[in-house]
Design a protein around this ligand. Sequence first.
Ligand SMILES: Nc1ncnc2c1ncn2[C@@H]1O[C@H](COP(=O)(O)OP(=O)(O)OP(=O)(O)O)[C@@H](O)[C@H]1O
Ligand SMILES: [Mg+2]
Length: 278
Amino acid sequence: MRILAIANQKGGVGKTTTTVALGGLIANSGHRVLLLDIDPHGSLSTWFGIDPDAQALSSYTLFQERKELSYQSVKRLVLPTQFANIEVIPATTALATLERQAIGQDGMGLVLSRALSLLADEYDYVLIDTPPLLGVLMVNALAACQYLVVPVQTEFLALKGLERMVNTLNMMSRSRKKALDYTVVPVMFDRRTQASVTSLRSIRNTYPEQSWPGHIPVDTRFRDASKAGIPPHLFDPASRGVEAYSSLWHWLEKKFKLLDSTGPLTSPVIVSKAGALS
Ligand SMILES: Nc1ncnc2c1ncn2[C@@H]1O[C@H](COP(=O)(O)OP(=O)(O)OP(=O)(O)O)[C@@H](O)[C@H]1O
Ligand SMILES: [Mg+2]
């Protein structure tokens, strides 16, 4: 099982869109995909027709039951979707209360890591959609994942937000056995605007090793797909946006194979290191 987190502390940069678009394409390649929504706004859950205001069982339950997680207790949170190979653990608005509750609580940083390890045989890929702030939820996602995808909007000041995210990563990497590998994905690129062109260039110049060489264009079909409740690759398979995410997926797949051949992907933080993160 490979666990990817899609994260950026900046809001509205395309995290949820990237999670659903990429997750859909990975599922379409025949892999069993679990999408884990830990954003209190629950945009990913909403995309799949699940109301985050009405979830008795959700990713929040994992934190409530963190001291007695079992395969059964985690598995019962998974909801099927009408799309082949895609299942969802939804979010609920109650997740917003976690930051306050987490203060001084032991083992709060490794809840997702422990929960997902119980599902290791069930899925080929888990994609975690995160909220746009650094807190206990983001820390959990970064501790649980083996790879990070950072969508960055190609706009004025894009680098500022990215710098903040990379600082967070470096901080988290110190709690892990090895630095967390990540790929920066420039999104919402509009070649007609100078801001897009300039920021794409500066992202690549500043993070030459970590930047995906492509970009995701501005494409209104993503919003249409989310309104329709359908993953982008099924909503409009020939759209420019889907083509771009498809080449991102093939690029990542090659990267994962390469990483596999040179040693396993970075292990998620081991449970015995709980003290470092709680
Ligand atoms: N490539 C794109 N082209 C055009 N619109 C896009 C693109 N990617 C995302 N959007 C739109 O931009 C808005 C924000 O995207 P999204 O919800 O994926 O961002 P987010 O980072 O998850 O936001 P939040 O931080 O609030 O969770 C949505 O309306 C989405 O449809
Ligand atoms: Mg989102």
